[in-house]
Every structure is written in C-alpha cells, then in structure tokens.
Design a protein around this ligand. Sequence first.
Ligand code: SAH
Length: 466
Amino acid sequence: MFHVKREEWTVKKNECYEVRITGYTSEGQGVAHVEGMAVFVPRVIAGELCRIKILKVGKTAAYGKLEELLEPSPHRQKPACPTAGLCGGCVFQHMDYEEECRLKAQRVSDALTRIGGIDLGPIAITGSAAVGGYRNKAQYPVGLCGGVPEAGFFRQRSHQVIPVEHCGIQSASADQVRAAVVGWMRRWNVPVYDETAGTGIVRHIFVRCGFRTGEVLACIVANGEKLPREKALVEALHAQVPGLASVVLGVNTRRGNAVLGDRFRTLWGKDAIEDELCGLRFRLSPRSFYQVNRDQAERLYGRALELAQLDRTQTVLDLYCGTGTITLCLAREAGTAIGVEIIEAAIADAKENAKRNGIENARFFCADAGQAAMRLAAEGTRPDVIVVDPPRKGVSADVIEAMAEMAPRRIVYISCDPATLARDLRLLEQHGYRTVHAEAFDLFPRCAHVETVVLLSHKKPDGHIN
Ligand code: SAH
C-alpha cells in the first residue's frame, strides 16, 4: 500500500479548512479528512459541514476545532448544561439522544468488524429511558475558588475545580449532599486539601444513592482520620438531604488521583446503604462496584440472563462479579453459581448479599479472574455457562485460555469497551467459539461510554465434557 511520509502531509497548523464530518472517534469526537489525513474535532455531528481550524498535526492524525458551522445537522441541539465542554464528562450535549444512540451502536458494530473480524450486521441498542438524573453515584473534587471552598468538577485535563451546583446527569440527592458539605466547610472554615502541598483536609465529596430504596450515603474523603466539627457536618446533612441513611468519613492520606482511600469510619447511620436490582436487595459499601445507571443495568443484566439460557441444574461461573449482582441473578436460575472478584470488600458484600436474599447455591471467591479460572479448569470444574463482565481493559489472556479449557456451551460477555471486547471475541473465535449475538445498552447517556452484551456458543457443543 502507498505510504504517505509525514513530511508529505500538507495539513498545516493554524490553517482553516472546510470539511464534512463523516463519523466519530471512540471518545465521541467528530472525524473529518483533510487531504487524506484524519482530523478529530470535538462537539460536531456526522454529516455537518464545518470550517475548522487545525490546532495540532500529529504523526497519523490532526486535531482541530470548530470555527464555523456551515451546514448544521438536524440532530444538533443547544447543550443543556452551562459547563458543557468544560468538565469533559458529557461529550454529546450538542446532539439529540437519537443521534447519540445511533453513533454508539455504530461504534460497537465498527469495533466488531474492524478489530474482531465479526460481522453481525447492524447492532441494536437499548437507549436509557432517563437521559438526565440517571447517575446514582457522584464524586466531586473540593477546591478553593477565589479563596472560598467549592466542589464540582475538574476542568478538562486539569485539576482546577469548576463549581457546579447542578450536574444534569446527577440526582437531586447528589446536589443536596454537595451543597450541605460545602456550606459546612464555609461555616466552620474547614480546610480544603491542597494536592500540591499535601496539606489541608477535605479532598472529595462522594455520594451514592439507592434509587429504589431512596437511601443516600454521603462520604467525605479526607486527608486524615478526623474531621473538625463532625457533629455539625452530620446535622447539616440531616437538615438538607432527605433519605440520608449513612455519613461516612473516607480516609485517604496518599498523594495521587485515587478518590477513595481504603479506610472508612461511619460518622452517623449505617456503614453501607441498600438498593434493589432485578428483584434482589444489595448492600453497597462506598468501595464496591455498582452500575451507576440502575434501571439500565437491570435491562442489561436481564438480557444477559436470557442469553445464558440456564435451567435449574446447570453450573454457571461469573468472572469479575463485583458485589455479586449478576451472580445472584444467575443463581436463581441455575443449579450452582460461582462468582470470582479481586476486591475483598466486594466479595464480603457478595456473600452478605447472597445471605440477605436467601440464596444458598452461590459461592464466591476473592481472586484474580485469570488465576481462579486456571485453578478451576485444572481442578476439572466444567461450567455449562461462563459470564464475564471485566473492566475496560477486557479479560486477560489466561482467562481466555482457561475458558477454552473449561469449554462451556455458552459464554456471555458483558463489556464496557467495544475495542477490547472485539479483541477478546477474536481470540475466543480462535478457541472454538462463535459470536452469535451482540447488542448494545446505553448506561451512560451524554457520555462516551457504551455497554455491550454478547453471546458466544461453542462451535462443537457435543465436544463439551461434563
Ligand atoms: N459484574 C459486576 C461488576 C463488574 S465491574 C456488576 O455488574 O456489578 C468489573 C469488576 O471486575 C470490578 O468489581 C473489579 O473490581 C473486578 N476486577 C478487576 N480486575 C479483576 C481481576 N483481575 N480479577 C477479578 N476481578 C477483577
């Protein structure tokens, strides 16, 4: 193939070009081409004709910004949030939800064909009923703005705090907790954490809500074991947050970007809140993973369960199980369900969740998914179905190997990154599996992420050893 050398690119920094937007990057930026080179432009929509200015020319692509919209898309809309474009969270506020769902489904389908070599035709997507206020978790960095404590979001690619009174994808409870904590800090001169010096106290405000139970957990992340005026904090939260069930101090004295530390002290109420998902009740401690969009998670898990096609005798293995949300749903329809997760606190929650739901056929192991899967395979465990729901980096090579060795009839793969999903599907196809179904679920309206659920079948189901 003809290869264009860098010095032959004619795209020039600071020059303006008229371009048609043809598609999107995985982060949601628009893609156009200038003289054969891909140019990435934020906040534009496929089909739009724009005048763009080139900000940077890289080795294989250039980066531009919108100067003038010459032909706007019918999907264009005014961003609802005054800080859209500043915080970097919602990248799709400039388009309607229909276009956002279309592009997310396209992204999944493109990844499957280009990276996975799998062509399943157009991919269906289930959009979220709620496009705003859907998040049950918020974490606000705390900083000084003009010498006054504030909480909001970091400006994109910086650690400057932008105060935000209301974020459109957050709940009213998150706003109420934020306002109560900021008010308490101002009233009692509670020091803000200074990340450069490592001094000061309050770092983050973390909020988690059980949308079904109405319970709210407020966690104040501090650079120390104690807060000044703890009683006044609890009183302020009580007065301003309906549904408050738990006030927790999270201790994080380490430098760096991690929000939560690993020590927690309950200042008032319960240590953890509860929520209901798929008809089961779950205990949620601050560190446990819980999908941020409850209603959509219920739909996604419901489909995963259908695809697993369990009868009450089968054994199902759920790798990367978190607090056991999916494992316990599976257990209700299986003979035995085994959950594996690396975070100890999540496994403790999972065991507790099994107990409180009266589920006796679920077992949980705290281990690395790859190591646990290798061990189970070596011990001769032969699950009928394996469900995996890994973090963004996908499953590790040893998980693929161990799954191939255990040779379940079906694998249900839930993924939050279409690119790593497609990479893993390609590997599983080389190990005797066929991807028979894929569909997308939007759990993150206005944001770039998309979830996918995939069913793989063993090409030779009779080769399955029981
Ligand atoms: N299935 C759960 C959690 C999915 S999130 C749910 O839907 O609620 C992915 C989970 O994988 C997280 O809980 C994370 O702690 C866990 N994890 C990350 N790396 C892991 C590894 N190497 N082995 C096992 N679990 C891991």
